[in-house]
Every structure is written in C-alpha cells, then in structure tokens.
Design a protein around this ligand. Structure first.
Ligand code: SME
Length: 139
C-alpha cells in the first residue's frame, strides 16, 4: 500500500542517516515480526545484502532478542555460538527491540566491522531511535 511505502521510505532514511553518520555502524537494518508467525522478516536496511530475510524466533542474535525483549550487545561475534553470520567483515553487533504498546514488534540491528565498538551511549541513543520508530508504526 501507499502507506506502507511511506513508512518504509522513512525507515530506510533512518538506516541511511545512521550508517553515514556513525563510523562504527556498518550495516543498519530493521527486522519485524512476520504477521502472526514466530519469525522475523527483514525490513529496510543499508549495507551488504543478506541471505537472512527470515529469522526464526530464537535463532541468531536477532531471534534471541525477539524472545528476550532485551537489548543484546555483542562485543565479539566470534565468541557467540547462536549467531548468524551475514558477512565475514562483521566483528560486533547490537540489537535493540522495538515495542509497540508494550509488545515486541521488531528490532533495529546494527553490525560493526570494528571490534567491541558499542557503549551504553549507543544503547541509549538506539532506544531513543526505536521509540521514534514505534511512534511511526502506531501512526
Ligand atoms: N547476525 C544476525 C543476523 C542478521 S545479519 O547481521 C544482517 C543474527 O545473528 O541474528
């Protein structure tokens, strides 16, 4: 629909802004709950294309956040056994859930080619971004 296109344009603009502005953000994208299925579906993103457009709940860093409802900051992806690799250049990852009316509807997922780059400042900033995205989803 036209409304969905407008929303996806805004989400893509957020990805582009984050990726171009913050040097340690190298892949920036959104995953959303896929209807009533227990899986995530890839939304707008910036960076290398990924094969993982569907991620079952529980699988990988993203799938774990779909269940835990908590931020997941991964300093070193090589140290994670439940991890889905999208690119060999990726060293670290941060995933922040997006809540709409208290329900976990998706997440922002950011990969970094820099080892251990994410701080609490990234978490607070990205929680703020996710709250703005939540308002867009509600509108
Ligand atoms: N690394 C993620 C998969 C998504 S890609 O980073 C784009 C994970 O382990 O869930």
């Amino acid at each position: 629909s036209q409304q969905k296109t407008a929303l996806n344009d805004k989400l893509l603009a957020i990805c582009q802004l984050l990726e171009t502005t913050i040097p340690h953000y190298n892949w920036v994208g959104f995953y959303f709950k896929n209807g009533d299925k227990n899986e995530l579906k890839l939304g707008p993103y910036v960076g290398e294309p990924t094969d993982h457009d569907i991620i079952p709940f529980g699988k990988g860093i993203c799938g774990q956040v779909a269940i835990s409802n908590k931020n997941f900051v991964v300093a070193d992806v090589a140290a994670q056994d439940n991890y889905i690799a999208c690119s060999i250049t990726v060293k670290a990852e941060i995933v922040i859930p997006i809540f709409v009316n208290g329900e976990n509807m998706g997440q922002i997922d950011i990969d970094s080619n820099t080892p251990d780059p994410f701080t609490e400042a990234d978490e607070r900033f990205l929680e703020f971004v996710c709250a703005k995205v939540s308002a867009l989803l509600e509108a």
